[in-house]
Design a protein around this ligand. Structure first.
Ligand SMILES: Nc1nc2c(ncn2[C@@H]2O[C@H](COP(=O)(O)OP(=O)(O)OP(=O)(O)O)[C@@H](O)[C@H]2O)c(=O)[nH]1
Ligand SMILES: [Mg+2]
Length: 391
């Protein structure tokens, strides 16, 4: 099953533009008239700097990155009356897409553009985030209250399980009534089990994607890096767009979420250029990588995924497993037979392999390990599985 990141935000915050930059899918964008109604869904390659160096050694027939899925939906928030009506018609479908998302990328607009209306008229990402959070919390409140009704009936039997469940649900209900995010509420592991069944929107791992003006992109990246490195940033010394960006980054930090700056429009345009030209352009702007690449990488981390690699003359490939997966499960990603007939894994760290240049050299240096069924696969492991199908 593919893991999905849902792109949400206020109308006209640049969600579809970001989606297009991520996926090169060319979904229609622009003013209210063509706002997203039907969700856009696409599979996105996860950029991985380890693939090319491996390909340079093996000259494989194929290089295959791993993927995640992004879904782009209609804007949230209170718009004009006609928009509201339109959105109410959508809401079941909207919720369907977002409930099934495994993590959220919340797009917050900081770019100014007089041709692009903002539903609250001015630019204030902090207020926008409050508004989005309120809408998510109220949606969760409805979900929790429905469940409470069911649980009250079930608890009449006297079964302790339901009595306890009711306690958890009421606790969460109180938090949501205060518009708190359930992810920020302290819960015991056993209490989380009940909530997991509810697919709550405010419990999903999230990242903030700041859609900034092209001309502050460089400064925004420096600011985000400083905040991520715990440097003191005095908001009163900042103004305009950068102040909004820093405010969100500090909020993200307090929530242990991550903030990424992109210029969705610029990046969507860059995807139309040949890669070399796009890279030159980035360099000229002093940017180490595309913001959209960061969005994909951070999203991948939010989903608690790690990558292991396989390398040979046929194919160099990145594979996804959930953090904590053991060797047979990883083998099963390649083929169910390999999981069933798993004997052992031969594992080299990517860095060790690159230092040696070949499996033979890595073996000589003792850097190729034999691992059994209980081995927990690590990000950057290059694995070769021994298996026996007749087992
Ligand atoms: N200046 C500037 N304009 C942008 C940027 N990103 C998006 N836009 C413009 O903003 C408008 C809305 O962008 P969309 O990507 O359609 O926004 P959306 O969030 O998908 O909108 P809805 O689907 O209606 O919710 C378009 O006209 C874009 O060209 C940006 O980074 N800078
Ligand atoms: Mg859209």
């Amino acid at each position: 099953m593919a893991l999905t990141i849902g792109i949400i935000g206020l109308p006209q915050s640049g969600k579809t533009t970001l989606f297009n930059a991520l996926t090169r899918a060319g979904a229609p964008i622009s003013g209210y008239a063509t706002s997203t109604v039907q969700a856009n869904l696409a599979v996105v390659k996860v950029p991985d700097a380890r693939l090319q160096p491996l390909a340079d050694i093996f000259h494989p027939k194929k290089v295959t990155p791993t993927t995640v899925e992004f879904v782009d939906v209609a804007g949230m928030g209170q718009g004009s009356q006609t928009q509201k009506e339109k959105r109410e018609g959508l809401s079941a479908e909207f919720l369907g897409h977002i409930r099934n998302a495994d993590a959220l990328a919340i797009v917050l607009r900081t770019f100014a553009n007089n041709n692009v209306p903002h539903i609250y008229d001015d630019i204030d990402p902090n207020r926008d985030l409050d508004s989005l959070n309120a809408e998510l919390a109220l949606t969760d409140l409805t979900t929790v209250e429905k469940r409470i009704e069911r649980t009250i009936k079930a608890a009449k039997s006297g079964d302790k399980k339901y009595v306890q469940e009711l306690e958890v649900l009421r606790f969460v209900q109180d938090a949501l009534n205060e518009l708190k995010m359930v992810s920020q509420v302290e819960l015991l592991a056993q209490d989380r089990a009940v909530l997991d069944e509810l697919f709550l929107l405010t419990l999903k791992p999230r990242m903030y994607v700041l859609n900034v003006s092209e001309d502050v992109l460089g400064a925004a990246n420096i600011l985000l890096a400083r905040i991520a490195a715990n440097e003191e940033v005095d908001l009163s010394t900042l103004e305009g767009e950068l102040k909004g960006i820093a405010t969100i980054a500090l909020r993200a930090k307090a929530e242990e979420a991550e903030a990424v700056a992109v210029s969705a429009r610029l990046e969507a345009e860059l995807t139309e250029l040949p890669e070399e030209d796009a890279n030159e352009y980035l360099e000229a702007l002093g940017l180490p990588q595309l913001g959209t690449d960061r969005v994909i990488q951070v999203g991948y981390r939010l989903l608690n995924l790690i990558t292991f690699l396989t390398a040979g003359e046929d194919e160099v490939r990145a594979w996804t497993v959930t953090r904590g997966a053991k060797a047979p499960e990883a083998a099963g990603k390649i083929h169910s037979d390999i999981e069933r007939g798993f004997i052992r894994a031969e594992v080299t760290r990517y860095e060790d392999f690159m230092a040696c240049g070949s499996f033979a050299a890595a073996t000589k240096k003792g850097l190729l390990r034999l691992e059994g069924k209980e081995y927990v696969v690590q990000d950057g492991d290059i694995a070769h599985f021994r298996f026996n199908v007749s087992k």
